[in-house]
Write a protein that binds this ligand. Structure first.
Ligand SMILES: Cc1cc2nc3c(=O)[nH]c(=O)nc-3n(C[C@H](O)[C@H](O)[C@H](O)COP(=O)(O)OP(=O)(O)OC[C@H]3O[C@@H](n4cnc5c(N)ncnc54)[C@H](O)[C@@H]3O)c2cc1C
Length: 426
């Protein structure tokens, strides 16, 4: 069976590796960019994704480029503690949580795809322009016919049994199937992402989030404690609702001057972290709109389906988009290897993943696990002596647990669920 994956992001590359592990070797990944470069900043791979990477034989390689946070702690905008929980192995998972550089992780996956599926398995510099479904192929078989354009505009036509659109939030394959959808909706939050060398805070292994729905700061170490003398390289995201009048169609994803962002956070000097100093120390700050996608009623047309951000781009609340793409990849490969035919497999994949990610979309629009910070703000906008005077412990626990169950990484659920490696390959 020939399978074409459109897009060599984390979703597309994880799909290629999952298909190879499920017994498919006629797989190519076709990518618009002419070169894969280690772009972006940090992301967290949650234990459900690390389980899948482990079962793909990548545990050591990914651990070598990452560091494992031991706690996640939420604070209000005065730095007062709202909620704190252990993470990864410390929380009883059989797999760690790993903070990695997004670009390094993508390159690691790409190298592994080439090693396992062949040097030509990733075809660069080809932009997908559309797919025709169920056409007669050269040998009379019914195929999906994918069309690509190179930088010079020359067309390449490739036939396959299955096409997977892993081409991100601005997916061409999604746009073809849903032509009236338009641009991703923006909730008027602006995100500034960067990395900085900053004095080690708390225990050196804690991911922190401070603030509320209007303004927030997130930071986590990208290196193990002690890697630098008294300093830690941290990844951060600063976030603030844009004033009316900001042009939604502006050129995002570019480097910006840190000074106005430092100013926005000028009062956020906690006794355990100096937020404006971290922002001021950034190597570079990139600006993004917080956008997602409305859930779709179906992902599959013919034998072409969607995966990762192309299928279900989510707000980053919960640090879960790439992890969900990896779950998609494993589910799709498992279903192809264990279903009676391709149509049944694609239907089963959608059944596994579309309702689950639709629910997550609704939860992330309600702030996901970060709702604890907004509740603290609504009930005590000027701060509190003890968070439990404001939010009972049980309510905080319920929000944390509810999100983990919906996202598929509650420790009991994840530790016990069966593997997505097809039984014949286990
Ligand atoms: C601020 C922020 C923080 C985040 N933090 C986390 C986190 O901590 N943990 C986490 O799991 N996730 C996080 N995410 C989300 C995560 O980055 C994405 O969900 C994930 O990278 C999506 O992967 P993908 O492969 O589906 O899409 P992409 O990474 O967008 O890859 C799509 C690929 O397709 C290619 N492409 C596009 N169009 C075409 C075309 N027409 N033809 C061929 N190729 C094409 C692109 O060049 C690209 O290489 C965060 C996101 C943001 C914005």
């Amino acid at each position: 069976m020939k399978i074409i994956i459109v897009g060599a992001g984390i979703g597309g590359l994880a799909t290629a590796l999952s298909l190879e592990a499920a017994g498919y070797d006629d797989v190519i990944v076709v990518e618009r960019a002419r070169e894969l470069r280690p772009l972006g900043v940090g992301i967290n791979l949650l234990p459900h994704a690390v389980r899948e990477l482990t079962e793909l034989g990548l545990a050591d390689a990914v651990a070598a480029i990452g560091t494992a946070p031991g706690r996640l702690s939420y604070f209000n905008r005065f730095g007062q503690p709202v909620w704190s929980e252990p993470r990864g192995l410390e929380a009883g998972y059989r797999w760690p949580q790993l903070s990695v550089h997004r670009g390094e992780f993508q390159l690691l996956l790409a190298e592994e795809v080439r090693r396992r599926l062949g040097a030509d398995a990733i075809r660069l510099g080809l932009r997908a322009t559309g797919v025709e479904h169920g056409v007669a192929g050269a040998d009379g078989r019914v195929v999906e016919r994918a069309r690509f354009a190179d930088a010079a505009g020359a067309e390449l036509v490739l036939d396959a049994d299955v096409v997977i659109g892993a081409d991100g939030i601005h997916s061409a394959l999604r746009a073809q199937a849903h032509p009236s959808e338009g641009a991703p909706p923006w909730n008027r939050l602006v995100l500034w992402r960067g990395t900085a060398l900053a004095p080690t805070y708390l225990d050196g292994r804690t991911m922190i989030m401070a603030g509320d729905a209007e303004q927030k700061f997130v930071a986590y170490p990208l290196v193990a404690p002690g890697a630098e003398d008294g300093l830690t390289r941290v990844n951060f995201i600063a976030e603030r609702r844009a004033p009316e009048g900001v042009d939604e169609t502006a050129d995002w994803n570019h480097a910006v001057d840190p000074a106005p962002i430092v100013e926005l956070f000028a009062d956020w000097r906690f006794d355990w972290l100096d937020v404006p100093a971290v922002i001021a120390a950034a190597d570079e700050i990139l600006e993004y709109p917080m956008v997602d996608r409305d859930p779709l009623a179906s992902w599959t047309i013919g034998r072409t389906t969607l995966l990762g951000d192309a299928a279900h781009a989510l707000y980053p609340n919960g640090s879960n988009g790439a992890s969900q793409a990896i779950l998609d990849a494993r589910s799709l490969a498992f279903r192809l290897a264990t279903s009676v035919d391709v149509d049944a497999a694609l239907a089963a994949y959608e059944g596994d993943r579309r309702p689950a990610t639709t629910k997550l979309n609704a939860m992330t629009r309600q702030l996901g696990p970060e709702r604890v910070m907004q509740l603290a703000y609504e009930r005590a906008p000027h701060g509190f002596a003890d968070i439990h005077d404001v939010i009972p412990e049980a309510e905080l626990q319920e929000i944390a647990d509810g999100y983990k169950v919906a996202a598929g990484f509650h420790p009991e659920q994840l530790n016990q669920r069966s593997s997505l490696t097809p039984p014949a390959r286990a």
